[in-house]
Design a protein around this ligand. Structure first.
Ligand code: KG4
Ligand code: ZN
Length: 341
């Protein structure tokens, strides 16, 4: 089945063509980062308007790159939620209009299920069951995954998501949006051991996370340095490294706990923060100790993209699922509500 996938949940317009027999045929992305950077974060109305501008040219580009005619497309998958409602509505309207015009089905995809299944597009995909760590700008969740739509939430953040903590901390230190890649880049030159930050909620049992205190701790450290006349690039790098180490260590401790609790030794990491090299390394060495394996997508499929939506939608379409002709989206949507296939 040849599926066109559309992603518009936040600040990236993603389009891809996935074929259940031939795999991924083409994918294209327009990132709005430059548009939002001057505001220090995503401006929802600007995001929606930009999705409108980019969607059709990206669809044409993907069709051209894959050498596919519109008439060959058999179904359309689009992000149904969670996300910014206006941005989601652009993708939903476009998908439903094209599906109606072309006389093909459309299926709404859960954005986090898209992230979770993105590693399935890689050469060595994970096999069910596994534990998934979903770490994006809006979510930090540990999930036991027994199949598509068979999700058991094991733990989640009680406040900021991991990506949000990176973004907010970066902003407090005067870095650009999005903060994750900025902090990761600075941390490469950080001095190990100069600062050590707390590992929140690791000293008590459970699989929930909290990152907002760590953000404040980081800000206080940065301000103390600045007040003492040291706002050097090196200090910024040292603070970035300490922050990243605290996040990575906390995530690693909780993943290890989740694997122990479930008795599994396969871990999938997905979402924007799963592109972080320090996190990958730390989880890989933890899993090596358990004789297990970590799975993740190539960096451009860790952050928002159309390929994961086309793939996830294709699996649900093959199982007979599709939407009616209504243009509907869902800004908030727990992943456990998804039907199993
Ligand atoms: O999955 P994603 O593209 O969008 C959401 O669904 O939220 O994730 C974006 C988040 C941002 O918070 C960004 O700062 C973070 O992922 N991120 C990173 C890295 N690359 C992106 N965080 C840490 N290290 C990175 N290399
Ligand atoms: Zn995302």
């Amino acid at each position: 089945m040849l599926v066109l996938g559309l992603e518009t949940s936040c600040d990236e317009t993603g389009v891809a063509l996935y074929d259940s027999e031939r795999g991924l045929l083409a994918d294209a992305l327009f990132s709005q980062i430059d548009l939002h950077r001057v505001y220090g974060g995503v401006v929802p109305e600007l995001a929606s308007r930009d999705h409108v501008k980019r969607m059709l040219p990206l669809i044409r580009q993907v069709l051209g790159e894959a050498g596919v005619e519109a008439a060959q497309i058999e179904a359309i998958a689009y992000t149904f939620g969670p996300g910014l409602v206006g941005a989601l509505l652009v993708g939903a309207s476009c998908a439903q209009a094209l599906a109606f015009a072309w006389g093909i089905p459309a299926v709404g995809v859960h954005h986090m299920e898209g992230h979770l299944l993105a590693p399935m597009l890689e050469e060595q995909p994970p096999a069910f069951p596994f534990v998934a760590l979903l770490v994006s700008g809006g979510h930090t969740q540990l999930v036991r995954v027994d199949g598509i739509g068979r999700y058991q939430l094991l733990g989640e953040s009680v406040d900021d998501a991991a990506g949000e903590a990176f973004d907010k901390t970066a902003k407090l230190m005067g870095l650009n949006y999005p903060g994750g890649p900025e902090i990761a880049r600075l941390a490469e030159n950080g001095t190990p051991g100069r600062f050590t930050f707390p590992r929140p909620m690791t000293d008590r049992p459970g699989l929930d996370f909290s990152f907002s205190g760590l953000k404040t701790f980081t800000l206080n450290t940065w301000q103390q340095c600045r007040d003492a006349g040291d706002a050097s690039e090196q200090t910024r790098a040292d603070v970035s490294l300490a922050f990243q180490e605290a996040v990575v260590d906390t995530l690693t401790i909780k993943c290890k706990r989740a694997l122990k609790q479930t008795g599994l030794n396969s871990l999938v990491i997905a979402g924007g923060v799963s592109a972080n090299q320090a996190l990958r390394k730390s989880l890989e060495s933890m899993l090596a100790g358990l004789k297990g394996k970590v799975f993740y997508a190539r960096p451009r499929f860790c952050t928002d993209n159309g390929a994961m939506i086309a793939y996830a939608g294709c699996q649900r379409l093959l199982a007979g699922q599709h939407e009616g002709p209504e243009i509907k989206v869902q800004a908030r949507w727990p992943m456990e509500q998804l039907p199993a296939i």
